[in-house]
Design a protein around this ligand. Structure first.
Ligand SMILES: *Cc1c(COP(=O)(O)O)cnc(C)c1O
Length: 384
């Protein structure tokens, strides 16, 4: 079902394989291992050295890629970021590729700002480079979050097995797959993309059982829950949930933008989340804002961006299925109150009168007006 969702070849060409894992981290270890082994076999057969494999990613990768690189002894070559551009630049990634590159890993839904990387452009650039050099550098897509979002609400976006160089994809069942923690998936485009020697066959459970996981025993409840959600909600159900998340993210984004204090660094499309930085960091930081917001019961992470954008610090709110519109409204109001307090406090600290940019009352009024307009818009589009 998941291979089909990701547009794996069907019909006579249909040989996609996959495995359930504890999460995307294990899925990525396995996918990385398959690329490494395939590359080694190819180099051995060509009589070339095979002791210096590398992998190309953006500096925005999730920590599991760093783990893979360190645990499995593959050099991690990271494309640096810059202020205002927080994902892997496909051109720079293609430039970094050499004969020892086992794959380029692209992210569908960056952990830092939710942005989808341009996998299609990467595919085209790499295809040209492969044609020129005679290499066959493949692509892995880390779709931990985006894999259960894009197929439903951005179906035209080409990021998956529709692109010929995409050989494997991972997704977290416990993120937008809507299952409780402990399930991920990795899918290979075809049997040929998963070296047979990595698969162990055991028969002591009564029949031939192929296994390719790091762990052996684990509970089946996650698999059952994933299966249940897929058949219970169906394509339309997942689509509704994802659309709703996106709508709530839009409400939150617009409310935060209207306050005037923040630059939003997440995109309209991508993972439904809002990441934002302070326009003016001279009086206080996002770390202090996050700390102050805790009074209202909100725990919003604040963090710095990776190399070379470390000087940018952001806060991030990820919208899940259970983050309702009224919660979004409340967060906007509470953030507004927090900012008014921060200003008043910063004014006092500086020893002169420094009035808040907007009063709490003003912000609340704006949020309510904005909200009412949005509901009216939604209603009129529903009538159509
Ligand atoms: C969450 C995430 C991971 C790790 O996934 P787990 O399921 O938590 O192991 C890897 N990559 C990206 C892009 C993620 O968002």
């Amino acid at each position: 079902m998941i291979a089909h969702l990701f547009n794996a070849p069907i019909g006579d060409d249909e040989t996609a394989v996959g495995v359930g894992t504890v999460g995307s981290s294990e899925a990525i270890m396995l996918a990385g291992l398959a690329f490494k082994r395939k590359w080694q076999n190819k180099m051995k057969a060509a009589g070339k050295p095979y002791d210096k494999p590398n992998i190309v990613t953006g500096a925005n990768v999730q920590v599991c890629w760093e783990k893979f690189a360190r645990y499995f002894e593959v050099e991690l070559k990271e494309v640096k970021l810059r202020e205002g551009y927080y994902v892997m630049d496909p051109e720079k990634a293609a430039e970094m590729v050499d004969e020892n590159t086992i794959c380029v890993a692209a992210i569908l839904g960056s952990t830092l700002n939710g942005e989808f990387e341009d996998v299609k452009m990467l595919n085209d650039l790499l295809a040209a480079k492969n044609a020129e050099t005679g290499w066959d550098t493949p692509i892995h897509v880390d779709a931990a979050s985006g894999g259960f979002i894009a197929p439903f609400i951005y179906p035209e976006l080409e990021w998956d097995f529709r692109l010929p160089l995409v050989k494997s994809i991972n997704v977290s069942g416990h993120k937008y797959g809507l299952v409780y923690a402990g399930v991920g998936w990795v899918i290979w485009r075809s049997k040929e993309d998963l070296p047979d020697e990595l698969i162990f066959h055991i028969n002591y459970l009564g029949a031939d059982q192929p296994t390719f996981t790091l762990n052996f025993s684990k509970g089946s409840s996650q698999i059952i829950a994933q299966y249940y959600q897929l058949i219970r909600l169906g394509f339309e159900g997942y689509k509704d949930v994802m659309q709703n998340c996106r709508d709530n993210a839009t409400v939150l984004r617009e409310g935060i933008e209207k306050m005037g204090y923040f630059d939003v660094v997440s995109k309209d499309s991508g993972v439904p989340l809002v990441a934002f930085s302070l326009k003016d960091t001279s009086k206080y930081t996002v770390f202090e804002v996050a700390e102050s917001l805790r009074r209202f019961g909100w725990i919003v992470p604040a963090y710095t961006m990776p190399a070379d954008a470390e000087h940018v610090a952001v806060m991030r709110v990820v919208i899940r299925e259970d983050f309702s519109r009224s919660l979004a409204e409340r967060l906007i109001a509470d953030l507004g109150k927090t900012m008014a307090d921060m200003d008043a406090h910063a004014g006092k600290k500086a020893g002169h009168d420094h009035p808040a940019k907007k009063s709490v009352h003003e912000i609340e009024k704006e949020v309510t007006t904005f909200w009412k307009r949005l509901v009216a818009k939604k209603k009129s589009s529903m009538v159509c």
